[in-house]
Design a protein. Structure first.
Length: 383
């Protein structure tokens, strides 16, 4: 895994090296737990040298000391991250050793052969490879390696290095969880998820009819653990829409859609109108007090997500934008769940390479829920 400090070749541009430094910062923050990151001393020192090189004063770049720092940079830095596809599943505790080790190499120098022939950003992309896992069959190992190769080669010039690695990790995890031969240990966990509260029509029958619905755009959403948290945190919320009935408290409902972009839709219950609304009659506008209370509940939800679930992510990558707000509309969703790759939105085949959903499928599903026609406003594109 160690890189050779003596390897020759021109350094990548300062902009590319700075991008790699940011990639390292993000990945090391996300895989900061015990036994989550594997790196040797040689590569640790190389990363320190890279940081030192990037902070050299401009007026010293030609002196001997600066040149020594530049010459000390190896051809690449390499490390490995340990991927747990079963993270967050109770049954996974019985399969502790069922983890994957992903080797990551970030080039710092361009090979002589690449200097004139490489195109686009291919020369500076992270190089990924999967170590052999003893718990995988040969065919399963080959399938994961094939998936990794396809993910690493996905053509997305706007995607940064950290996002590429995280997308690859997510793709590997999804492949494991969707394969019967690789995910047998998760069956009991799946059963428990299906019986979670607020998942049956009977439990939902008494949910308030009217809601504040907000649509939230995320530049990218892939990591399964983070997606699970978006759902479970919403299920744990208890909003009291009617101060006169403090015993009645409800969760947030809506859905999570992974992808590029990602989408989170939240519904927060509002008090029922003081008098029944006849069919065809306009719904009375909610009071400013009830809207403020619902807004505060949704804001509190996002605050918890960012401070706890996303606590290991640098602040610059915690980008969430509320792009659409619907006040006092009829409820469209009876629970909070993830719809990524479900049969309702086209199944796994509806996912395009690089985590790009077929939004026409999503729009069709939303229409069946009475929430069609919103994607253009929510995501800034006409689907």
């Amino acid at each position: 895994m160690a890189s050779s400090p003596n390897a020759k070749g021109p350094l990548l541009s300062p902009e590319d090296l700075a991008a790699h430094s940011q990639t390292l910062e993000v990945l090391f923050a996300m895989w900061s737990g015990d036994e989550e990151l594997i790196i040797d001393e040689v590569n640790s020192n190389a990363i320190q040298s890279l940081a030192k090189y990037l902070t050299l004063p401009v007026n010293t770049l030609g002196d001997a000391q600066s040149q020594a720092v530049k010459d000390s940079l190896p051809a690449s830095v390499a490390f490995a991250i340990v991927v747990d596809p079963f993270a967050g599943d109770d049954a996974a505790r019985q399969a502790k050793e069922r983890k994957l080790t992903l080797d990551v190499m970030l080039p710092l120098r361009r090979a002589e052969a690449e200097s004139s022939t490489s195109k686009g950003d291919t020369a500076r992309r992270p190089r990924l490879s999967l170590r052999t896992a003893t718990w995988l069959s040969r065919s399963d190992q080959d399938e994961l390696s094939r998936r990794l190769k396809a993910s690493a080669e996905a053509d997305d010039e706007e995607e940064d290095g950290a996002s590429r690695v995280m997308a690859a990790v997510e793709d590997l995890s999804e492949a494991v969880l969707s394969s019967p031969s690789m995910s047998a240990a998760t069956s009991s966990a799946d059963e428990s998820k299906q019986s979670s509260p607020f998942s049956t029509s009977g439990a939902q029958a008494s949910l308030p009819r009217y809601v504040l619905r907000t649509w939230h755009h995320l530049p990218s959403l892939s990591t399964k653990e983070k997606r699970d948290d978006l759902v479970s945190y919403a299920q744990a919320v208890r909003h009291k829409p009617d101060p006169s009935s403090p015993s009645q408290a409800w969760p947030l409902t809506g859905f999570v859609l992974a992808g590029k972009p990602g989408l989170v839709v939240l519904e927060c219950p509002l008090p029922s109108p003081s008098s029944p609304v006849e069919e065809g009659q306009a719904t009375p506008r909610p009071s400013s007090t009830s809207l403020l209370a619902a807004t505060q509940t949704i804001d509190s939800y996002w605050s918890s997500i960012k401070s706890t679930s996303w606590g290991d992510i640098p602040s610059g990558h915690k980008k969430v934008s509320e792009t659409l707000r619907e006040e006092g509309v009829t409820r469209a969703f009876e629970d909070m769940r993830e719809i990524t790759g479900t049969e309702e939105v086209g199944g796994k085949e509806a996912m395009r390479g690089g985590w790009r959903n077929d939004m026409s499928k999503i729009e069709g599903w939303l229409k069946t829920r009475g929430a069609g026609g919103r994607l253009r406003e929510a995501l800034g594109a006409d689907w």
